[in-house]
Every structure is written in structure tokens, then in C-alpha cells.
Design a protein around this ligand. Structure first.
Ligand code: NAD
Ligand code: MG
Length: 390
């Protein structure tokens, strides 16, 4: 029996993970965690007969307790309970909380030597070197779940990383692929929340529209595969069928293709190193007819350039970038700033923090990551207030 925990079980990736786990009879579910969707968390916990269900919110404790009354399932609530749940022995842990909140549970899972299936790209962007070191030190392992990174990982199987010339991750271009800059300035939350190909959580959907998601993924690629930033490219591919390509020194390119369904990447990480049958739709290229590719436009989507800058800065720049991006997204969702202001806000936050020596100091401890995260959030919130006034 493989012991499994899912952090962020009630989200989009979490539900897809649940769907795969519910089909297996060789799995023992340890912990499932969620937020305010208590009905969903309780349903999952009952169906998978989890040891413990944890809500991140203290005020949801009694609702969860009631929803699981009459079962043997333990119930807990709050941030510390999430961390404690990550300390429960497990072999495979899905990290599918959204945002920097996924960082500490992921660390704890790696610290007990678990395999961490990583959907939470924010933790690699924020603390990549630390996470990779933590995995190496404790015999844990990180397997990518982001579709592009799973694709690269699969294309690299059996290959020598030294033979890799470049990695190309694809971007759908989102709902605003053909919008002008003037239109983008006025883009609304409702317009940003419609993704052409993938069904995902609200935050990553908006990040896809601004291409901040791809910006995070460029950095994620660097951290996970240890490549030079110059070796990592992105190409806009509106159909989201090719997830990534790996180019080798002999000129060959290996492309990974499939229908956009996260259960592929999740299932690959769940069954690795085996390739098991998965309930995902099959690709029929003759039905599809064509695949299009185009260069991303840095002028309309400045997030990609910011990611390049962050990779050049190194140190805690990734931490600051992710934190500032989370604040910018909150401010956009709240209707305080415009769509294009998100990039301005992140850019200005980094500029202000560059003056601070802590930004480029190498990441060595979780404490410095958390301090930089907090500082970047403070600076970004202050700059957002200034944007509001202007
Ligand atoms: P989602 O918003 O649908 O779900 C997020 C989950 O995290 C929920 O269970 C929620 O309760 C929990 N959560 C949110 N804030 C929390 C907090 N502060 N503390 C504890 N738990 C919290 O998000 P999603 O789309 O499933 O994305 C999850 C992660 O996977 C993100 O890092 C995202 O970038 C990544 N990812 C998602 C997809 C996708 O297809 N949805 C694809 C690739 C990567
Ligand atoms: Mg992705």
C-alpha cells in the first residue's frame, strides 16, 4: 500500500488527483487538506477513508467535524494543523495548494523523505535551491506536475542532461492573445477568468491571461532542471497540445503532446517510474488538423521579461517576484488596479528591493525566504496604494 497525502485536495489539481486516487485500491490515504469547501473535503475524505482531513481555516473546524461525524476520520484546522499533517508519514504527497502557502507543507513532506508531486510552482520559484537541497538531503524526491515540466521530465527520460541544448515550454497565450495593449489596459476580471483550453483555479487562470503563469514556469524550469536561463524558451501555442519540447545537441527535438487534462501529469507522477493506463482523452491529430506556434510579445506581456530579469538577479529575487505577483493579483481581483498594472507593480517592487542587498543574497534558509516574502508583500502593497492615488 502506498501512503498518500494531498495538500490542496479541494482545488482543481486536487480534484483531478482525487479522481485518480479514487480509482485505485492499492493506496492508503493519510491526509487531505482544503480551505472553505468543507462539503468537498468531507466527501473526498469519506470516499478515500483518509486518516485526517484538515481545513486551513480555524473557523471551519466545527463544520468539518460535523461533516465527518460518525466516521473514524480525524479533523483539524489552521496553519499549524496543515504543517502537522505534512509531518505524517507518507510515501507520495501532492502539493496542490495555490501560492506561497504551499511552501512549508512541501518542505515538511520532503524532510520526511516523501516523493513530492509538485503542482505548487510558487514554492520552486520562491525557494527553489532550498527545496532541491531539502529533497537531496532527506532522500525525498520532487516530481513535476505542472504540465510543461512533466512534459520536459518525460522527454528527458533516458537522456543525458548535458546533451540538452534548449527547453521550449509552450503557452496557450490565454484569452488575450490577440488583444492590443490598449485593450489589455482595460481588461476585466471576468474577461481574464476565461481560459481557452484548461479548466483551472481562479488565480492560475488570471496568471495565464497575463502570462505571469509562464513567467513563473520559466523560473520553475530553471530551478527544477538546473538549466541556464538562456537555454529556456517559451513559444505561444494556442491549442495547448504540445506541452513542451526538448532540443538536444544533435539538433533533435522531442515534443510531448496530449490533450489538455491535468490527470496526465498527475498520473505520470503518481505512477512514476511506471507508465500506467490513465483515464484521459486521447489525441487525434487528424481531427485537430493543425498546430500553431508564434513568438510571445514581450511588449503586451511584460511578465516574461520580468522573469528573465529575476533569473539574472538570482538570490531571493524569485521569492520577491512571487510575493509581489501574489499581491498584484490580489489587488487586481479586488478591482484596485488594472490588468497591466500587475506587471508594473511587480516590476517596481523588484526595482525597489534591488537597492536592498538581501535580494541577491543566496537562498540558504527558509527564514530568509519568509522574511523576503513578507518584505516584498509590504513593498508591493505600498506601491499599489501609490498606483491607486495616481
Ligand atoms: P485552486 O485554487 O483550484 O485550489 C487551491 C487549493 O489550495 C484549494 O484546495 C484551496 O483550499 C487550497 N488553499 C488555497 N489557499 C490556501 C492557503 N492559504 N492555505 C492552505 N490551503 C490553501 O488552484 P489550482 O488551480 O488547483 O492550483 C493549485 C496549484 O497547482 C497552484 O500552484 C497552480 O499554479 C498549480 N497548477 C495548477 C494547474 C491547474 O490545471 N489547475 C496546472 C498546473 C499547475
Ligand atoms: Mg503549466
Amino acid at each position: 500500500m502506498m501512503r498518500v497525502s494531498v495538500f490542496g485536495a479541494t482545488g482543481s489539481v486536487g480534484e483531478s488527483t482525487f479522481d485518480l486516487l479514487a480509482r485505485r485500491d492499492d493506496i492508503r490515504t493519510v491526509a487531505l487538506t482544503g480551505g472553505r469547501n468543507i462539503a468537498r473535503l468531507a466527501r473526498q475524505a469519506r470516499e478515500l477513508q483518509a486518516e485526517i482531513a484538515v481545513t486551513a481555516h480555524d473557523d471551519c473546524y466545527f463544520a468539518l467535524k460535523e461533516a465527518l461525524a460518525g466516521t473514524e476520520i480525524k479533523v483539524a484546522a489552521g496553519t499549524q494543523a496543515l504543517i502537522d499533517a505534512a509531518d505524517r508519514p507518507a510515501d507520495w504527497v501532492m502539493s496542490a495548494i495555490v501560492g506561497a502557502a504551499g511552501l512549508v507543507p512541501g518542505f515538511r513532506a520532503l524532510s520526511q523523505g516523501a516523493t513530492l508531486a509538485l503542482a505548487n510552482k510558487e514554492s520552486l520559484v520562491s525557494a527553489g535551491p532550498l527545496m532541491m537541497a531539502c529533497a537531496a538531503q532527506h532522500g525525498g524526491r520532487i516530481l513535476p506536475v505542472d504540465s510543461e515540466h512533466s512534459a520536459v521530465f518525460q522527454a528527458l527520460t533516458g537522456e543525458d542532461i548535458a546533451a540538452v541544448e534548449r527547453v521550449v515550454i509552450t503557452a496557450s497565450g490565454g484569452p488575450f492573445r490577440n488583444w492590443s495593449k490598449a485593450q489589455l489596459e482595460l481588461a476585466t476580471l471576468a474577461q481574464a477568468m476565461v481560459h481557452p483550453n484548461w479548466s483551472m483555479g481562479q488565480r492560475i487562470t488570471i496568471d495565464s491571461a497575463s502570462m505571469f503563469n509562464k513567467a513563473l514556469e520559466l523560473i520553475e524550469t530553471r530551478e527544477f532542471f538546473g538549466l541556464d536561463p538562456a537555454q529556456i524558451e517559451t513559444v505561444v501555442h494556442p491549442q495547448s497540445i504540445v506541452h513542451a519540447l526538448v532540443g538536444f545537441r544533435d539538433g533533435a527535438m522531442m515534443a510531448h503532446m496530449g490533450m489538455p487534462d491535468m490527470r496526465h501529469a498527475i498520473g505520470y507522477a503518481l505512477n512514476w517510474p511506471d507508465r500506467a493506463a490513465l483515464p484521459v482523452p486521447r489525441l487525434d491529430l487528424s481531427v485537430l488538423g493543425r498546430l500553431d506556434f508564434e513568438a510571445p510579445d514581450p511588449d503586451r506581456f511584460p511578465a516574461l521579461q520580468i522573469a528573465r530579469h529575476v533569473m539574472d538577479l538570482r538570490g531571493h529575487a524569485g521569492t520577491a517576484f512571487n510575493a509581489a505577483k501574489e499581491v498584484a493579483l490580489d489587488e487586481f481581483i479586488a478591482g484596485h488596479i488594472g490588468f497591466m498594472d500587475m506587471a508594473r507593480l511587480v516590476d517596481r517592487t523588484l526595482d525597489q528591493l534591488v537597492a536592498d542587498s538581501g535580494l541577491t543574497a543566496p537562498v540558504r534558509a527558509l527564514e530568509s525566504v519568509q522574511a523576503m516574502d513578507q518584505m516584498a508583500r509590504r513593498v508591493a502593497r505600498e506601491l499599489a496604494r501609490q498606483l491607486l492615488k495616481n
